[in-house]
Design a protein around this ligand. Sequence first.
Ligand code: FE2
Length: 323
Amino acid sequence: MAVCENLNIDDFKTWVICPGDIFYQTKAGKNIHLHAPGDLINHSFFSKYLPYKDQLYIEMLVDRSLIAEGKAYLEDWIKKENILEQRRAALEFLNWVHSKYWKNAEKACLLDLSMVFFESFFKSHSLQELLKDTNIEYFKRSLAASAIGSVLSICLGYFNPTVVMDFYNIVYLLDVKIHESFSSFKIWESFESDRINGPLNYDLSEKEKKIIADHVGEIDFNNDHFDNIKNLQLLNLLNKHHETINGKGFPFALTENELSDLECVLIFSNNLISIVNHSFNENDGREFFKNILNYNDRDLGRTLGRRISKISVNVFKNFDEVA
Ligand SMILES: [Fe+2]
């Protein structure tokens, strides 16, 4: 069980992502919830509470020792230049993921895995700055979706760490054109409705419809947000992130056979996590990959490609056999 303790202000000032639930307790004993696990911390908003440090509490969710363990694997992988060594290091990391997030592990929190990637791979600092006052929910779902997509891309054989690192950051940047141009909660609601129910005629203004149509159009490679992407061809992924594998997505209405493995992983990861109300919990990572890759789950049928399901399941099952 998570422990509730006084918030250490010095530690708090160094955090980018909130590692637990933070509360402010009023003199009358009422708890006001200020931040949830995985939130991008809004330090300017929070500053007014800092003088009342004795009334600030945190219920910690993350396990720093587990995060350090995962990061050590990724950081070892990043250093490898030889293809065979990259493959070996990537598989060692996957073996670790298997032991924590495929098996029924004692402790398995998805925020720990998300933090492993965030602290090793994250480079989209300009987006972080753009979202900190307006859309921390979007940032939180990207934190999870990008980590999940990165694991699956390694399963599919992407063993070059710079490619996976770029892919990781692109998942944050999928909707950057929307963030830059207009802030409308209705757009995010319509994406959430699409994610759950399939394409619907959501009630949007002509301006909102145009913004949605334009964000999967021509890519402006000069956009500052893409400065840290090394493999520029991967930016073409942005055009296809609203496709679904059943030919009912947009703008191209492609089917699974017309999409690359990495595009399928992107579509799946982007649809897996709620864009407006994702919450991280204590045991949400238990048997996580085993559950999400279950192709017979009808809810995932629109977005989980048969190829990525089959290949990824086989990779994890191989670790079962050698364990
Ligand atoms: Fe989008």
